[in-house]
Ligand binder design. Sequence first.
Ligand SMILES: [Zn+2]
Length: 344
Amino acid sequence: MRNCIWMHPAPGEPPAAWQRQLAEMRAAGLDSAMVLVADGERALYDSSVLPVAAPVLEQLLPLAQAEGVALHAWIVALQCNAARILAEHGDWYSVSRRGDSSRDRPPYIDSYRWLCPTRPEVQAYLCALVDELSRFEPLAGVHLDYIRHPDVILPPALQPRYGLVQDRELPEYDFCYCSACRAAFAAQTGRDPLTLDDPAAEADWVRFRCDGIRSLVAAAADRARSRGKKLSAAVFATPSLARRYVRQQWESWDVDAVLPMIYHQYYGQPPAWIPAAVREGTEALRPGVTLHAGLFVGRLAPQELTQAIERSLSAGATGVALFASGSMTAAHWPAVRSTCRQPD
Ligand SMILES: [Zn+2]
């Protein structure tokens, strides 16, 4: 995989429309697409992702193969609003330092409900979804999104939207203090995280939560690879921001590819920041893992997009990942083509 796009297939869209989209992608030099098949919002997870994923993948896979575009099944991993999980597995949800379950009192917005990565049942559940999707042929891989803790600190440009000043880790946004995490941390260190004076400054406690996500990713990667699929993940913009905001230590994950969402506007940065963020990632990343710079097309004029792609590649990215839901204009496609298309 080099250059890819996150794709939101509309249910019931006629095959001819998908065919057009795939041909447009391929002509612009995009060789892969992440296709959203499980968004964590609908009842997709009640027992299986297949009711939604199967009709989409069964239609799209042969079309994509004919166009020479590799498809990856994109799933929202830990943010979960599925009716059955909410009703039957309340204990799977992350708990804040204030003691609130994200099921009952989600932070920021009503749908911000998160599963705890430490729980063996959650691990088994996510691995089963990955396994289910990995059976599809000729799917290239599974793509994990929302594979993290909820934001203990929001990116600076988003804080005013919620009327917040998060100059430190506030208890109502700091997760996961559920009974399973407290017991596991106590078994490792002899301490209860709820008794820590300054949890943000406790390296062991920060590491515990980063390790929980990393183990879950490794288990998912095992499942995907056992069926010959790649595992990739959408991650926060840079290793340092990802660790500080959402407990992702993605530079050490056992994945095939990372797609850091270098959405400059969330951080109050100009597009010129993008290559610096790419460089931080590529320099920290494990050998053999490719980085594809995630670009927010809606905040890049065509000329800026061309420049952002060129600069990302110069900074060491293997390719780019376009987040372009509804924002690719007729002028954006040539901007992508001029930089991504390989000579025939
Ligand atoms: Zn927990």
